[in-house]
Design a protein. Structure first.
Length: 269
């Protein structure tokens, strides 16, 4: 099976596996900036992992909404676009795809740096780290990237290097359902692919807003699981971007991606 077929499974089905992991890994106490693990390339990047990622991804800044950001991604020119996915040794590489919701969030932040300038930002489900990178580029005072895949964390470090940035703090704990963290802004893209995970996100984000008046921005291209969830009634459309042709082809007909502002009612569902 070529990676294009693998990506289809990631998009429509195998994300359920990741969703189960998100739901099962209970977060511990609320993480503060000082206690987060700050991964650095020298200390945390295993040489073999680095070599594998560098050999089997392509550095690119084309075909997506943010040409200002260079990323290591799986592209048609990579070996594993064609190889059997079971040969990839580190689990499904969700991080190696620049998903449309993350593209929209990153584009919006780069175009509107006031949204993050001088503020603390949590990039939830960060993947390749593009939105966290956009926040750093746009003047955020503190950025924490969160993804439950440790390989994603290592890929983020490589992507920071590509963009001449010091690695930002990265945590690989599941912080959903933990105590509400005190961030000025939470951004998350492409995470509403599973109903139970969406329910958990909805409740946890509400807590962050109610307790800390956190602002929440969500990126999603309009997948059915997102538009059909009850959270949809509490979203305000901020901006819609037309997706580049290559992103459209890789996402099976999705033509645009939207940034939403999450504005729930005062009561928790």
């Amino acid at each position: 099976m070529a990676f294009r077929g693998w990506k289809w499974l990631l998009l429509l089905g195998r994300q359920n596996t990741l969703a189960k992991v998100w739901r099962s890994r209970r977060g511990g106490p609320s993480l503060c900036w000082q206690r987060c693990c700050h991964w650095s390339a020298g200390k945390f990047l295993d040489p073999e992992v680095r070599a594998f990622l560098e050999e089997n991804t392509e550095v690119t800044n084309s075909g997506h909404l943010t040409p200002e950001i260079r990323l290591r991604l799986l592209t048609p020119r990579c070996r594993f676009w064609r190889e059997k996915p079971d040969l990839w040794p580190y689990g499904d590489p969700f991080w190696a795809i620049y998903w449309p919701g993350g593209q929209a969030l990153s584009r919006y932040i780069l175009d509107n740096p006031r949204v993050v300038k001088g503020r603390s930002v949590l990039d939830l489900g960060s993947g390749c780290g593009a939105t966290a990178i956009a926040a750093v580029m746009s003047g955020a005072s503190q950025v924490l990237a969160n993804d439950i895949d440790p390989i994603a964390g290592m890929a983020m470090i490589l992507n920071c290097e590509l963009n001449h940035l010091n690695p930002f703090p990265i945590t690989i704990k599941n912080i959903i359902n933990s105590e509400a963290g005190n961030w000025d802004l939470i951004v998350l893209g492409d995470m509403f692919y599973d109903e139970k995970l969406a329910d958990g996100l909805h409740h946890w984000l509400q807590k962050c807003i109610r307790i800390h008046q956190t602002e929440v921005l969500i990126g999603d291209p309009g997948r059915h699981q997102f538009l059909s969830h009850s959270i949809r009634s509490q979203l305000h459309k901020v901006i819609e971007y037309s997706l580049p042709e290559s992103t459209r082809q890789e996402n099976y007909g999705l033509t645009s991606s939207i940034v939403w502002s999450y504005q729930p009612s005062n009561s928790l569902d």
